[in-house]
Design a protein. Structure first.
Length: 115
């Protein structure tokens, strides 16, 4: 079982994990990269995506399965990823932490012209 208690993850790991969960059955390296680029405008290379996917799988936040070979990929097979219960739990923990901190920001004006 993965370690979700205090399972803090980095911002980029969280982003990739969120995208894997969002893409559900269609999450593989290139689709994750393309989604991040389209949704955030952030430039990421595929090797960074693959490294994070491997790390998340080692932590048991995602699992993978290999799909069938396709002609469009020259007979190579895609590795698909899906979110595990531990992965969902660490995302829930992260969201609760962020929301808790955000909700503690005082409701005051942010006029700093007098500083």
């Amino acid at each position: 079982m993965g370690n979700t208690k205090g399972g803090n993850i980095g911002e980029f790991e969280e982003l990739v994990l969120l995208v894997v969960g969002t893409l559900n059955e269609n999450a593989y390296g290139v689709s994750v990269r393309n989604f991040i680029i389209e949704e955030t405008g952030r430039k990421v290379n595929i090797s960074a995506i693959h490294e994070v996917l491997k790390r998340l799988e080692r932590k048991e936040y995602i699992r993978s399965k290999v799909g069938g070979a396709t002609e469009e990929r020259g007979g190579r097979r895609k590795k698909f990823f899906h979110l595990t219960a531990d992965g969902k739990a660490v995302l829930d923990h992260s969201r609760e932490l962020r929301n808790g901190l955000y909700n503690r920001i005082p409701q005051v004006g942010f006029n700093f012209s007098g500083l």
